[in-house]
Design a protein around this ligand. Structure first.
Ligand code: NAD
Length: 329
């Protein structure tokens, strides 16, 4: 049975499953595969070297799917601050009408997207930030628990509590993000009042994901113990795969007297991390991964993954319903 929620209605998608806007991963091939499979594919704007390149990526995606897809713009500390407004303008001018924003001070971007009739999903890690984004007029919140890959914020609240709080406090639909990679997580998110789910790491490990096969196999071989936080001391915490480089960064951050960003800059550079996905060496640089790596045991096509999730969520919900009936007897 299809799951129909305010998210599927608003975005005109078959399944309330959103692909997280992942740096170096959210490229046309994956985005089109997710959208064609019935979810929402999301292009990562800053993966493209310029706003002009983003235009080309949007056009390429359109050649591969007629289904809705979105564009992610993430505002975080950067070695070379990107032209956020230029990327936003390029995507709006190319006709994109669904955006995912994330990170610090998104107010101006949200205002721009709303003024242009767009739907905005804002990703955040606290209820306080969610309420503030709602005041800015976003349509949907993506509530990112501590389990997530990349930047979980500094308050370390897991999805279970964060989403239950969201159910009590938020007046607009929200998506559950962080730690979801299977039908049980999907059903749990719905039980927690979410209108859908966001998955990042799970989509990294699909046939259509653009990353090197070795990295996909590394994810399959990993457990939930294989991620670590870097930038904890710099108030820019990021969950990344535990490897030689991330452990070196953590050791530098823990030195007596602490560390400055310059001390780790070469190690953590996104350009270096990008090469992990190209050359397939999991120890070459920093790469994002959520603790959901512990739930990922295969490398399916996106369509098969979403079909399995759809069937699985139905089974979990039915199992739960039968539990209620039994207890009434
Ligand atoms: P980068 O090479 O500029 O930085 C690498 C890492 O260092 C990032 O995690 C960044 O947040 C962090 N960093 C940079 N300057 C810092 C500082 N002064 N203090 C503390 N931490 C600092 O980034 P990149 O990986 O090449 O990414 C390029 C752009 O994409 C950046 O603007 C970044 O914010 C953004 N990004 C997007 C996503 C996404 O999922 N959409 C994820 C990560 C990064």
């Amino acid at each position: 049975m299809p799951i129909v929620t305010p998210l599927t209605k608003l975005l005109n998608i078959r399944m309330p499953i959103v692909q997280g806007g992942m740096q170096w991963v959210g490229v046309p091939k994956l985005v089109a595969a997710v959208s064609n499979a019935g979810g929402l594919g999301v292009l990562t704007a800053l993966t493209q070297p310029s706003p002009a390149a983003l235009r080309t990526a949007i056009q390429e995606t359109r050649k591969m799917t007629t289904k809705p897809f979105g564009v992610n713009i993430t505002l975080l500390p950067s070695i070379k601050p990107p032209d956020y407004a230029g990327y936003a303008r390029a995507a709006v001018e190319e006709g994109v009408r669904i955006f995912e924003t994330a990170g610090h001070s998104p107010g101006e971007l949200i205002k721009y997207f709303k003024a242009n009739g767009c739907i905005v999903i804002h990703k955040c890690t606290t209820i306080r930030h969610a309420k503030s984004a709602a005041k800015h007029g976003v349509d949907v919140l993506s509530i990112d628990g501590f389990e997530c890959a990349g930047h979980p914020g500094e308050e370390d609240i897991g999805g279970l509590v964060l989403l239950a709080r969201a159910a009590k406090e938020l007046q607009i639909p929200y998506i559950a993000s962080g730690g979801i990679a299977d039908a049980r997580g999907y059903a749990a998110a719905l039980a927690l009042g979410a209108a859908g789910i966001n998955m990042g790491t799970r989509f990294m490990c699909t046939v259509e994901s653009p990353i090197h096969q070795n990295i996909k196999e590394k994810i399959v071989a990993s457990s939930e113990q294989d991620t670590v936080h870097i930038f904890r001391t710099m108030h820019n915490t990021a969950r990344v795969f535990k490897n030689k480089i991330s452990m070196e960064v953590v050791a530098i951050e823990r030195r007596p007297g602490g560390a400055k960003f310059e001390d780790i800059r070469e190690l953590v550079s996104g350009q270096r991390g990008r090469l992990v996905y190209e050359n397939g060496d999991p120890d070459y640089g920093i790469w994002s991964a959520g603790i959901s790596v512990g739930l990922i045991n295969d490398i399916p096509m996106c369509e098969d993954l979403l079909r399995t999730m759809e069937k699985g969520v139905d089974e979990v919900i039915n199992d739960l319903s039968s539990l209620v009936v039994k207890s009434k007897l």
